[in-house]
Design a protein around this ligand. Structure first.
Ligand SMILES: [Zn+2]
Ligand SMILES: [Zn+2]
Length: 147
């Protein structure tokens, strides 16, 4: 279920600020690299190839603006560099301890993200960051082969 954001929606989310060329580029790069959940430097590497004049500082700024506007989300794993995710529907992140990959884990169809938690009555979730660590299927398979 891909969420398509139009220019208009993004401008609205940016509080009426323009979706500048740099913002558009950074967003497109985050989207393109989304299966890996890129760090700011990974975003910069690819963005620079398309717009050689863009600086790392600009990339950081744009990532912050897009995060504040909730167009993308920031994913933090322990002390590692923050990564960015353009997937806006509720999902968790799975971190593989072996290959350092990060992937999205979707909820089961019709599942309610708030349901498994024993929330105090009357509370309302506004944001949820769920992270799991473990070994991904590819790494597990490689492990089994070595045994
Ligand atoms: Zn994600
Ligand atoms: Zn792995």
């Amino acid at each position: 279920m891909e969420q398509q954001l139009t220019e208009t929606t993004m401008a609205q989310m940016l509080g009426g600020q323009r979706m500048t060329k740099q913002r558009r580029l950074v967003f497109d790069v985050v989207k393109e690299l989304s299966p890996t959940h890129p760090t700011a430097s990974a975003v910069y590497e690819l963005a620079k190839k398309r717009m050689p004049s863009i600086s790392l500082a600009t990339v950081y700024n744009v990532l912050e603006t897009l995060t504040d506007a909730e167009i993308i989300t920031q994913v933090n794993i322990d002390r590692e560099a923050s990564r960015f995710c353009p997937n806006l529907h509720p999902h968790a992140h799975f971190f593989c301890d072996k290959c350092d990959s990060v992937f999205d884990v979707d909820l089961h169809k019709h599942a309610n993200a708030a349901e498994p938690w024993n929330l105090p009555d009357g509370s309302r979730i506004e944001q949820m960051n769920v992270a799991m660590r473990g070994i991904c299927p590819t790494c597990r398979e490689a492990d089994d082969c070595n045994d």
